[in-house]
Design a protein around this ligand. Structure first.
Ligand code: TXA
Ligand code: MG
Length: 305
């Protein structure tokens, strides 16, 4: 962890574990460090990054902490909730993508919280995957993503497998009414209960400000099909009869929406590594994370640009 802090201070990159997915972290105050994140990910530079902080006390300066923001922070931070707020003077264009808003979050992982506390400032971190690919939920996934690309230039803090396994919920509090931009483990009803007002869903931005809002994101190499359990075997047989190589997901995902969230990205990576043309996934089970799972699967199954 000392080394991670030293690398961040020197303008280097560190992949950090969080409860959602691994992030590719850089000092949010260093334009050159943040530029390296975009270069390594192969991500368009106008896409905004989330600033990760050790606690809500550090948020003013980065973002305007409105009463709604303070309420949500006290209830859900540290945790899988990113708030989009009007930017403060510390949030530079390279982090906000030139927007007047900034995404901030206090992640819930003991190692990363300790690194953030020692670092004492904001760490800009997108998910630690190459642009358009599946988010990493273990240190091994991060290493796979950047093998050969980042030789010797990327430290990975191994904090074990991610507890939640899907990216954070994003709520935009910068407009007239709260809007969820990305579904995650904190659900709209939970947000409404704390805010005491309705929360809109705005998951498919016309001109996507959030890559997570792009139709084809979180995609494996193989084509993905989501099939109701009762039609699953028939569909597999049909594809195989046509000579199509199929990989199937199933029991390794567990039987709750939480276990599905935790295991899905790993299972997709593992299935993809077997080199199939099609990955068949059954419809996820009901539960708190069902909507977020449906959303990620729909994007992973969407035709590529
Ligand atoms: O769970 C997570 O949020 C993980 C971990 C590492 O914290 N991070 C993550 O980062 O998923 P990334 O960059 O892969 O996705 C963050 C999303 C992007 O879709 C980005 O466009 C959006 O947040 N975002 C960030 N700042 C924004 C802003 N000011 N307005 C709208 N969307 C914003
Ligand atoms: Mg991402």
């Amino acid at each position: 962890m000392d080394e991670a802090v030293a690398i961040l201070r020197a303008g280097g990159l560190v992949a950090l574990p969080t409860e959602t997915v691994y992030g590719l972290g850089a000092s949010a105050l260093s334009t050159t460090a943040v530029s390296r994140v975009f270069a390594l990910k192969g991500r368009p530079t106008h896409h905004p990054l989330i600033v990760h902080l050790a606690s809500a006390d550090l948020a003013p300066g980065w973002a305007e902490m409105t009463p709604y923001a303070a309420l949500l922070a006290s209830r859900f931070w540290p945790g899988p909730l990113t708030m989009v707020l009007r930017r403060g003077p510390l949030a530079q264009d390279v982090v906000t993508g030139g927007l007047e808003t900034v995404g901030v979050r206090v992640p819930d992982h003991p190692l990363t919280l300790e690194v953030l506390r020692a670092f004492g400032s904001g760490v800009a971190a997108p998910s630690a995957n190459r642009f358009g690919r599946i988010s990493p939920t273990s240190a091994e996934h991060v290493a796979e993503e950047f093998q050969g690309v980042a030789e010797g230039h990327l430290a990975i803090l191994d904090g074990g497998p991610c507890k939640v396994g899907l990216e954070s919920t994003i709520i935009d509090l910068s407009g007239d009414s709260p809007a969820v931009l990305r579904l995650g483990a904190i659900t709209p009803p939970q947000l409404e209960e704390v805010l005491g007002v309705p929360v809109r869903l705005s998951l498919h931005a016309e001109r996507a400000r959030a890559p997570g809002q792009l139709a084809s994101h979180y995609a494996p190499q193989a084509r993905l099909e989501v099939v109701p359990p009762q039609a699953f075997e028939a569909r597999r047989d049909e594809l195989e009869r046509d000579g199509i190589k199929v990989a199937t997901l199933g029991s390794e995902l567990g039987d709750s929406s939480e276990s599905w969230a935790r295991n899905l990205y790993h299972a997709l990576r593992a299935a993809d590594a077997r080199g199939p043309e099609v990955i068949l996934v059954p419809t996820p089970p009901p539960g708190a994370l069902r909507a977020a799972l449906d959303d990620r699967l729909a994007r992973a199954a969407a035709p590529r640009r």
